[in-house]
Ligand binder design. Sequence first.
Ligand code: C5P
Length: 206
Amino acid sequence: MIIAIDGPAASGKGTLGKRLAHHYGYRHLDTGVIYRAVAYAMMAQGADLNDEALAVAVALELDPEKFGNPILKTQKVGEGASVVSAFPRVREALVSFQRQFAADPPGAVLDGRDIGTVICPDADVKIFVVADPRVRARRRTLEARARGEDADEEAVLADILKRDERDKNRAIAPLRPAADAHTLDNSNLDIEAGVRAAIAIVEAVR
Ligand code: C5P
């Protein structure tokens, strides 16, 4: 079984993905980390994020062993990820890794922006997670502070809105729900209630 979870920045899809995977004994892939890893590798070299050819070369050489690096979670790297992820050839370079991950047994949960629409259009269950931008900004700010980053909620909100706009309006694989996705509004749910709602969606189609 493949569970596809998509949604905007800081909607809680990563936490839901991880918890659903744990619940069903499946593997979990946070696909945002892949684009973040491309951006970070470029930033670390002092490269221009708009250098498409370099971004493609970096994407083809990615080492999944490095996806756990905590620096990938920072706002700055997230912003860079939304720049490099708009390049069609960068996205193409990363498709087969994601599809292979999804296909391996015993099952997988992938979260991102285009899992239900492009990467796994035949996923068994598709969930599109939404949440009020203010709530998303507050959660992201608290997470950043917990990591010791200096975060201002207004600045985080502006970053989230800018990233959503870029992700929704890009020409390739824009952020949008698949026609057969189930929307889960996470605005007023704590983690446990969100997980229960997601499991209820999976159980209804299983
Ligand atoms: O989900 P996360 O905030 O880690 O994603 C970082 C950025 O990577 C997003 O803003 C988006 O531009 C890009 N992304 C994408 N497709 C995905 C996952 C993430 O374009 N499947």
